[in-house]
Design a protein around this ligand. Structure first.
Ligand code: FES
Ligand SMILES: [Fe+2]
Length: 376
């Protein structure tokens, strides 16, 4: 159980909030790059900020606050000129990072434009996604996680419907392995009640340099515990999963306090380890809604079952009313680490998993273990 203050501390993501400051220390995916192929300007919302993402005529990207700082018109209607974007109301021109470059109606010798501050953020492309960095300079490196940067296999992207709930609900589920036996196995008609302790004899949660490694053991014939599954929650808002040769990242990106984007990047290793020429933009799939317009969830798919559990806890789950047991120790560890990282950021330090060393960032591999059983 958390106090109201603790719940607010971990869930609120807007500018200037403690968790918002913490989350802004990491690159976050804001769009699929291919979405800008036909229309080069897209509105995006992230961490409670309304922004305009655009592709410049030179192929670079800009990300600026949507509302023009002059008189408030939307830059989503802007005109792209080279790298820059021009507001169509009175013609102010902005660089990709929000520097005001021109104000056509002002006197030629005016220095007004140099005093205009308009929020703008760095954007980089990797594995077909556009990532933004909304934190203070110097920006860390965009992490080259294995799923995003390996070339000995093929990649694809799945974009799920926006979750109508706070980001922490799907993230806490990533360290909640006992739900699998009930929520998911129950949905497929496999045994449920009474089997949860047998299905997995032991769960372990170990903090490591990128987050929390989740481990599952079962007793083998000789009564020894054997490791059958290990995969990490990667800070701050990723689950790094695997099934056989298929590896994937689930991103849970806070759009604001009560909406969360859910994006998956899959990487399937070649059988023989052969390198594969990678397309600029991996194949992309948009998933249809998991609930009807009146809010009734489908329960016939694993992800739909998860959506039900995450969204029905409330727009921001009220953790002053929860009752955690021994099986929930992964959630307790995650909250403890989150709180420590929020404190670190408040003290001006880099939180866990922020990468600044290019050598380390050549390829960041996660040591996962997988069996045939599905789990998340
Ligand atoms: S409102 Fe954008 S230039 Fe005036
Ligand atoms: Fe699940």
């Amino acid at each position: 159980m958390l106090s109201r203050e603790e719940n607010d501390l971990l869930t609120r993501v807007g500018r200037g909030t403690p968790a918002g400051n913490f989350l802004r220390r990491y690159w976050q995916p804001v769009a699929v790059a291919a979405e800008l192929n036909d229309k080069p300007i897209k509105r995006v919302r992230i961490l409670g900020e309304d922004l305009v993402l655009y592709r410049g005529q030179d192929g670079g990207y800009g990300l600026v606050e949507e509302r023009c700082p002059h008189r408030g018109a939307s830059l989503a209607y802007g005109k792209i000129e080279g790298d820059n974007i021009r507001c169509v109301y009175h013609g102010w021109l902005f660089s990709p990072l929000g520097k005001c470059l021109e104000q056509p109606a002002e006197p030629d010798d005016s220095s007004f434009k140099d005093r205009v501050k308009h929020p703008g953020y760095r954007v980089e492309k990797l594995a077909g996604l556009l990532y933004a960095y909304l934190g203070p300079e110097p920006a860390p490196l965009l992490p080259r996680y294995d799923v995003l940067a390996r070339n000995d296999g093929v990649r694809k992207i799945k974009v799920h419907p926006v979750l109508d709930c706070n980001w922490l609900q799907p993230m806490e589920n990533s360290v909640d392995p006992t739900h699998t036996t009930y929520l998911h196995f129950g949905g497929t008609g496999k045994p449920i009640h009474g089997d949860v302790k047998k299905a997995v004899d032991k769960h372990d949660f170990e903090a490591f340099e990128h987050g929390i490694m989740k481990k599952r053991y079962v007793k083998n014939g000789g009564g020894q515990l054997a490791l059958v599954n290990a995969h990490p929650l990667v800070f701050p808002n990723m689950l790094r999963q695997c099934h056989g040769r298929e590896h994937y990242i689930q991103y849970r990106v806070p759009l604001d306090d009560t909406h969360t984007a859910f994006i998956q990047v899959y990487f399937t290793e070649s059988k023989d380890g052969a390198m594969v020429d990678q397309p600029d933009d991996p194949p992309l799939e948009y998933l249809p809604p998991y609930k009807s317009d009146d809010g009734v969830h489908r329960m016939d798919k694993v992800i739909a079952q998860d959506y039900m559990a995450w969204e029905t806890a409330g727009a921001i789950y009220d953790r002053t009313r929860e009752q955690l047991g021994a099986a929930d120790r992964g959630i307790i560890l995650y909250r403890k680490l989150l709180k420590e990282q929020i404190d670190k950021v408040a003290a001006g330090k880099d939180p866990i998993g922020v990468i600044r060393n290019p050598e380390v960032n050549r390829l960041i591999r996660f040591e996962t273990v997988t069996d045939s059983a599905r789990g998340d």
